[in-house]
Design a protein around this ligand. Structure first.
Ligand SMILES: [Zn+2]
Length: 253
């Protein structure tokens, strides 16, 4: 199994061992742990993820990869996009994330577009956050921004729009983006995930727990796999959403 979206830097040491017992790989994403007073603070944070956190995972036998990017809630002044590109070439980096929109300000949209352009240039997957507040409206905005960029279909298939709900799946579905199903207290339950997967084809979904400092369940993905089995889903479908789709997208062996 792969948990395609966690924030390992918020989790206790013990969770690394627990994740190692269950997952073939987890993907940790840069987010908004503190105010980015300068771009250097963001770089120090990326160094922490790629240094301490990956090392902690390794020590516990956990295969962990990372997505690096500027989160909409933590935009520093004067972003040096060339330096960001250098970080995206570092070992264990498998994508640009977590990026996206929170309140849809002009600044957020600009930073989001710039990072999507970089992901496209570097042919990397991009992982796009949708907020808890105004989720439907902001998801529509995200799709509009992406559609206005005239992206080739092959690249659109590398963009994961995260934390979908029954209400937002139809907004995303007619385009070619992937969809992240986040099983987390206050987001979706394993049964909600089962319901969505019962209605749509599995090829475009990735399961994750978004484990962070918000209420989380580090076992959100395996619990959902169990519910899918109990609901009689085909083994192939279960394997796709809990492993293969993420493995293909992020090139994880
Ligand atoms: Zn997240």
């Amino acid at each position: 199994m792969i948990d395609s979206h966690v924030h390992a830097d918020t989790r206790p040491y013990e969770d690394f061992e627990l994740m190692a017992t269950v997952f073939d790989c987890v993907i940790t994403h840069a987010h908004d742990p503190l105010k980015m007073r300068s771009f250097d603070v963001a770089l120090d944070y990326f160094d922490k993820i790629l240094g301490n956190e990956i090392a902690k995972a390794r020590k516990n036998g956990l295969n962990m990869k990372a997505c690096i990017g500027i989160h909409p809630r933590a935009i520093p002044p004067k972003i040096d996009y060339d330096v960001l590109k250098e970080y995206l070439k570092k070992e264990n980096v498998v994508g640009v994330g977590e990026i996206g929109l929170e309140k849809c300000s002009k600044e957020e949209i600009e930073v989001f577009e710039n990072q999507i352009t970089i992901a496209r240039e570097m042919d990397l997957p991009a992982v796009v956050h949708t907020p808890r507040t105004n989720k439907e409206a902001v998801t529509k905005n995200i799709v509009e921004v992406l559609e206005s960029m005239d992206l080739p279909i092959d690249f659109k298939k590398k963009i994961v729009i995260e934390h979908v709900t029954k209400e937002t799946v139809p907004i995303i579905w007619e385009n070619d983006y992937k969809l992240g199903i986040t099983v987390q207290p206050q987001k979706l339950t394993p049964n909600d995930a089962v319901e969505i997967l019962g209605e749509y084809c599995e090829k475009r979904f990735l399961l994750n727990s978004d484990s962070s400092s918000a209420p989380s369940d580090i076992l959100g993905v395996p619990k959902t796999v169990l519910k899918l089995k109990m609901a009689g889903f085909d083994e192939k479908v279960i394997r796709a959403v809990s492993h293969n789709n993420a493995a293909d997208l992020f090139k994880i062996n």
